[in-house]
Design a protein around this ligand. Structure first.
Ligand code: FES
Ligand code: MG
Length: 591
């Protein structure tokens, strides 16, 4: 049997079977027995496997994990481990105010403390909603005990009036139709409900599906794990197999540090482009890499990702939703294409105990409407375009969702203009946007760029998904449904807006956006990757002397701590002081 190799002494035995500290051992053991675990079990030398439970009533996207944990436990027990489930700080993208982003680092911190301070030898990370995936992988790296990802899986496909309606995407479309007077409030709510037909996380290739795909691409889950819809029978089976596998990983001492290499992160960047992944993958991949001690540069997004073609026909970049993606082969089918094309560095170890090359054997897709061939892709050059200029040192643009007309006109294809100049309408946060977007005095027309600031990690606080601003109602009624947008916040992974986002440094820490004003000209050159405000040096100096726009005060202690420790989106919005801690489980905490 795989899991009965060289016997090793697990860290939990320092709690439960420690002859030097029999007094402490008695104390550690007694309370676990009060719910029926025996001292013999805990002293048997079997690994204690944590199940980091991300599901709860206020985490509906991950709530399926409350069910799946039973199958995880079955797998752990069958393989000879002892399961211990514990809760994580919840992160629910759509409901957490002022933004769920502020909880990624908090949930990370909490999990680090649990894994370090309790007798846990290995852990199953239960992922789903956007930030639940990076938060847990970051913590697994900091602690560095064997860890495996179990995705909860997307919801079933949504349908309305005979058409597919995907999470997030349906809301963005619905609110445009509402503003244009095409639908009423009741219809809007009906569409929203139809897009969320079952348990699971977002069924589009939004941030949740993207980050679970990233976990799989990194090699942190079993093969094919991420795309299985939450209610499918394979999801429960995957939970069982994941439970079995983590026990073997504990015996093999297969830790995140052996899996999360630079090669793994470069492959994640490539896969993200091929699936038309969320722009939120940029900060989260940077954060996971930094916590893993892997050097990833901002330039890597262009160098390794930009030229990668779009292979997956899934909303928002394409047409289908999660069920069809799963049936078409999921992430392994996409990686199979990339592997054949020589685009991956997949001769690397994964959670399966095998290399990624081995995992991908025989994973070619049979549904070519969904998974396109590498040499006949859905779209060329689907990666993030990295920009810089006097407005910021770093920002990205997701090219795979941009309309064909815009791409032909501006993107660096032969014959395109590449450069566009527009007039800025500048908003200080989303309240200001809502208050003024329909003000005729702003003179917003088709040559306007909508700019939002005060939306970064420090400014908001937490960095909000607000950059995908919709045009004023008057323009929507004329059929102009998108304008270019720019901001120091993020945008929903389900959005199809041509946005320049994640601008770093943000306005609140004195980035160039702080000095932009309504009516300024902004020039964007997509050939050279520049984005600049066209104002004189004297004028800029004058504005700098006037200071930066105010941001709202912190409302809770964590908001204040978060603000004082967080970095910029370019480098993952990490809690900066935490990045230096790697492999903290190497040294046991004192009694
Ligand atoms: Fe939770 Fe999309 S809102 S997965
Ligand atoms: Mg989101």
């Amino acid at each position: 049997m795989k899991n009965q190799q060289t016997p090793r002494r697990f860290r939990s035995q320092d709690w439960f079977d420690n002859p030097d500290h029999i007094d402490m051992t008695a104390l550690y053991l007694e309370r676990f027995m009060n719910y029926g675990i025996t001292a013999e079990e805990l002293r048997s030398g079997r690994p204690i496997i944590g199940i980091a439970q991300s599901g709860s009533d206020i985490s509906p996207c991950n709530r399926i994990h409350l069910e799946l944990a039973r199958r995880v436990r079955d797998g752990i027990r069958d393989a000879g481990g002892i399961p211990m489930e514990f809760p994580l700080h919840p992160i629910f993208e759509n409901c957490r105010r002022p933004t769920a982003a502020i909880d990624r680092n908090l949930s990370y911190l909490g999990l680090v403390e649990i894994l370090h301070g309790y007798p846990i030898d290995a852990v199953v990370l239960t992922t789903g909603c956007d930030k639940t995936t990076p938060a847990q992988i970051m913590a697994a790296s900091t602690v560095d005990i064997p860890a495996i990802v179990l995705s909860g899986g997307p919801m079933l496909d949504g349908w309305m009036d005979g058409e597919l309606v995907g999470s997030g995407a349906a809301i963005w479309k619905g609110r445009r139709q509402l503003s244009a007077g095409v639908i009423d409030n009741d219809k809007f709510l009906e569409i929203a409900a139809a897009s969320a037909p079952s348990s699971g996380h977002c069924n589009t290739m939004g941030t949740a599906s993207t980050m679970n795909a990233m976990a799989e691409a990194l090699g942190m889950s079993l093969t094919g794990c991420s795309a299985i819809p939450a209610p499918y029978r394979e999801r429960g089976q995957m939970a069982y197999e994941t439970g079995r596998r983590i026990v073997a990983m504990a015996h093999e001492d297969l830790r995140p540090s052996a899996i999360l290499t630079r090669e793994a992160f470069l492959d994640a960047i490539v896969v993200n482009a091929a699936i038309g992944g969320s722009t939120n993958a940029q900060p989260h991949i940077m954060a996971m890499a930094r916590h893993a001690g892997v050097e990833l540069k901002s330039e890597d997004w262009m160098e390794y990702g930009y030229d990668v073609p779009l292979l997956l026909n899934m909303q928002p970049a394409g047409k289908y939703l999660g069920e069809r993606f799963h049936r078409a082969g999921g992430v392994p089918a996409i990686m199979w294409e990339l592997q054949q094309a020589g685009k991956l560095r997949s001769d690397r170890l994964t959670a399966t105990g095998k290399t990624m090359v081995q995992n991908l054997e025989g994973r070619e897709s049979h549904d070519r409407e969904v998974v396109f061939r590498f040499d006949a892709p859905l779209r060329e050059r689907a990666g993030f375009l990295v920009l810089k200029g006097n407005l910021f040192d770093f920002a990205i643009m997701k090219t795979s969702v941009i309309s064909e007309t815009f791409r032909e006109r501006y993107l660096n294809t032969p014959g395109s203009e590449g450069i566009f100049e527009c007039k800025a309408a500048v908003f200080d946060g989303s309240d200001d946007y809502h208050a003024r977007i329909n003000d005729p005095a702003l003179g917003i027309d088709e040559n306007t760029i909508l700019v939002i600031r005060g939306a970064g990690p420090v400014g908001w606080p937490g960095s909000a998904e607000v950059v995908n601003m919709q045009p004023p109602d008057a323009l929507l009624r004329r059929g102009i449904t998108t304008l270019p947008t720019l901001g120091d916040g993020r945008q929903s992974g389900t959005s199809d807006s041509p946005s320049i986002l994640n601008a770093s440094p943000e306005s609140a820490v004195g980035g160039g956006l702080a000095y932009l004003r309504d009516g300024d000209k902004v020039r964007i050159d997509l050939n050279t990757g520049r984005c600049d405000m066209l104002i004189s040096d004297e004028e800029l100096a004058k504005r700098k002397a006037e200071g930066i726009p105010e941001v709202p005060p912190s409302q809770t202690p964590w908001q204040e701590i978060y603000r004082s420790t967080v970095g910029q989106l370019e480098t993952g919005a990490c809690m900066e002081l935490a990045v230096k801690y790697q492999g903290v489980a190497k040294v046991l905490p004192r009694h």
